[in-house]
Design a binder for this molecule. Structure first.
Ligand SMILES: Cc1cc2nc3c(=O)[nH]c(=O)nc-3n(C[C@H](O)[C@H](O)[C@H](O)COP(=O)(O)O)c2cc1C
Length: 202
């Protein structure tokens, strides 16, 4: 049994290009691996909460000492952390919004970056605790910020590389679909290239 955890960050309920690419990957993957369990979270449908004082208090209280209220505050985070611990594949689909991540994806990452659960600090510094064999991030964007010099304006890939590495996921494959607002030819080329790159990952 292969367990895919899929996170979709587009705000669109219809017509999202990043979600369509994630659908494509899942369909192709499941044809090749029929014994697959898919857990999908559409962040725009069930918004992850932001870090607040209650979250910090609960997360930094040892598990055995947490009050019922603190356990309740961490329930979304716990559920997602446990799913990541069981995952064989993590698939994130996201647009670029204002040169960075949708705030929903940042909030989700804040929920799964948990001391003692997905990272720890010891004498050697930080250590990521997750180990997911395949991590794929699909990024769609209207412009093309994948190449120098404009890649200096791309805060999606550097941030995701850093935060996923911090929680132990060092081997992340990015599949970009850039230039989707740069004319039909550019869009068709980008989507075809992204589909081909996804097929190569199955
Ligand atoms: C609020 C908003 C902000 C955006 N910011 C950027 C941006 O900074 N750079 C860019 O290239 N495209 C930007 N875009 C375009 C999207 O990245 C592009 O339309 C992408 O395909 C959206 O993904 P989706 O189709 O999966 O929703 C933005 C779109 C929206 C709606």
């Amino acid at each position: 049994m292969t367990h895919i955890v899929r996170i979709d960050a587009s705000a669109l309920s219809q017509g999202s290009e990043s979600k369509k690419l994630a659908d494509f990957f899942c369909e192709q993957f499941m044809q090749n691996h029929p014994n697959t369990q898919l857990t999908q979270h559409i962040l725009a449908q069930t918004l992850p909460s932001h870090i607040d004082e209650a979250f910090i208090g609960a997360a930094y209280t040892p598990a055995h000492a947490r009050t019922e209220q603190q356990k309740e505050r961490l329930s979304y985070s716990d559920q997602h952390v446990q799913a990541l611990k069981r995952a064989d594949v993590l698939l994130i689909s996201t647009p670029m919004y204002n040169f960075s991540l949708p705030s929903t994806l940042k909030a989700w990452l804040d929920n799964v970056t948990r001391v003692g659960e997905t990272f720890k600090y010891d004498a050697n510094g930080p250590e990521g605790l997750l180990n997911i064999p395949k991590v794929i991030v699909i990024v769609s964007s209207g412009g093309d910020y994948t190449q120098a010099p404009l890649n200096k304006m791309n805060f999606v890939e550097p941030y995701l590389t850093t935060i996923l590495g911090f929680i132990g996921l060092h081997n992340v494959t990015f599949v970009n679909a850039p230039g989707l607002a740069m004319g039909e030819e550019s869009k068709t080329r980008a989507l075809n290239n992204a589909q081909q790159a996804l097929l190569n990952l199955i």
